[in-house]
Design a protein around this ligand. Structure first.
Ligand code: IZC
Ligand code: ZN
Length: 425
């Protein structure tokens, strides 16, 4: 049994396991001042005032079997959840930075065979072991920033064996690393060079060969597509996601990132779990997402890195769209594992309140990856994924920005970071 005692605040984000939070409710965190949390095995067994938590421990613990973590002056929250990453890849793309500073756009670089296609070349060349080694380092950094679950997309193989390779690496790392990974198949991330003249032929391979193979090997839960002018059209995107659905892969979509392209509307039409990016989503698209309950996964780090204006988070929250946040960790448009920095950007570049930001990175993010019954809030019966920050209250996380305030991380009931240092796993 672990007893986290005397926290200045325990932010539970409780009461939203059946549906994501929307509107004003995104600002309701359910904060316990001077709180305590008790875990047993991999599960939370008590959350309440420190006094009640102490009593719970006294009546339920056999003597000597309680580990006490003193949270005096510190903030306790659910483990952070990142619902959108492209974490399994080889190499890096820092050489694109000068090109972009000189005026080349993200699409200019992709059209010239760089961007996603240069990461694809390196990922195809890499062995499973090399990919796992590179990805493991990224996961270690995520954990150090308080992230306990991530979604991971394929999409740098762009041919059957290499898409499967990426997803197999994610599966192995899910088993061996403290962070849980939820896999998404994204063979429709770009048209590979060898199909540049016939993108429809590539879409056919994605639908007829890749999706069935991924589903048969049970390597992914979700299917995603980069629906963007110059990448995949709304018609191609719909076809891929509908094929995915037939094979049991739930739809997600990269929508309206660079131009307004009907992605938000398409997400609502096909009943996608989430639409991601949405920097240029139309007002009608936002309304349609609200009607259908499509979660908006916003990625303000990508807007920062691509030097463009971020998504209109306020319009989405006002329209009743549930909003989640993510790093978009990838080699080309957001190479950071610091979800807390993304939270800072959400606050300062999209004017989300500190409370909305925390909801977006916990329970709403859990809904975006179908895990809200197990994670995303601190409630008895849920998995013990807990972060302790060196912060007196949750607003301080945005106020003292761009530094790592993580003091402790408990994953499935096991301390993995204590006093800011990795202790096991
Ligand atoms: O590697 O550039 N937007 N996909 C869609 C990305 C960014 C990742 C990349
Ligand atoms: Zn992405």
């Amino acid at each position: 049994m672990i007893y986290i005692r005397n926290a200045s605040q325990v932010v539970t984000v409780a009461g939203a396991s059946s549906a994501p939070k929307t509107g004003d409710d995104m600002g309701q965190l359910h904060v316990i001042e001077n709180g305590g949390v008790v875990t047993e095995g991999d599960t939370i067994v008590f959350v309440g005032s420190d006094e009640e938590a102490g009593q719970f421990v006294e009546t339920h613990a056999a003597s000597g079997e309680v580990t006490i973590i003193d949270a005096a002056g510190k903030l306790v929250t659910p483990g952070l959840i990142d619902p959108h990453t492209h974490i399994v890849f080889a190499g890096s793309r820092e050489h694109e930075l000068n090109m972009r500073l000189e005026g080349a756009t993200y699409m200019d670089i992709l059209n010239a065979g760089g961007g996603i296609l240069s990461s694809t070349e390196k990922t195809r060349e890499a062995s499973e072991e090399q990919l796992a080694a590179e990805t493991r380092k990224r996961l270690d950094r995520f954990l150090a920033y308080g992230v306990t679950t991530i979604e991971a997309k394929s999409g740098y193989g762009l041919r059957l064996e290499d898409e499967l390779k990426q997803l197999r690496v994610a599966k192995v790392l899910n088993e061996e690393h403290p962070i849980d990974l939820v896999s998404t198949f994204m063979g429709a991330h770009a048209v590979p060079l060898e199909y540049k003249k016939d993108p429809d032929a590539y879409v056919k391979i994605v639908r007829e060969q890749m999706i069935p193979a991924v589903a048969r090997e049970q390597l992914a839960e979700y299917c995603d597509v980069f629906c963007e002018e110059g990448v995949f059209t709304p018609e191609q995107s719909r076809a891929v996601l509908e094929t995915g659905l037939r094979w049991g892969l739930k739809p997600k979509i990269h929508a309206d990132e660079l131009v307004s392209y009907g992605g938000a509307e398409l997400a609502a039409e096909i009943g996608a779990v989430s639409a991601e990016h949405l920097l240029n989503a139309s007002a009608e698209g936002i309304r349609a997402m609200a009607r259908q309950g499509v979660i908006a996964v916003l990625l303000p780090g990508t807007a920062f890195f691509l030097m463009t204006k971020p998504a209109n988070a306020r319009a989405m929250i006002q329209a009743g769209v549930p909003v989640a946040l993510s790093t978009d960790r990838n080699p080309g448009s957001c190479p950071t594992e610091s979800l807390p920095f993304i939270m800072n950007l959400a606050c300062f570049s999209m004017r989300m309140t500190p409370a909305e930001v925390l909801t977006a990175c916990t329970i709403n993010a859990a809904h975006a990856i179908g895990r809200a019954d197990r994670i995303g809030s601190l409630e008895a019966g849920k998995q013990a994924d807990i972060v302790m920050f060196d912060a007196p209250n949750y607003m301080y996380l945005q106020y003292h920005y761009a530094v790592n305030l993580v003091d402790a991380v408990i994953k499935k009931g096991k301390p993995v970071i204590l006093d800011g240092k990795r202790v096991q796993g």
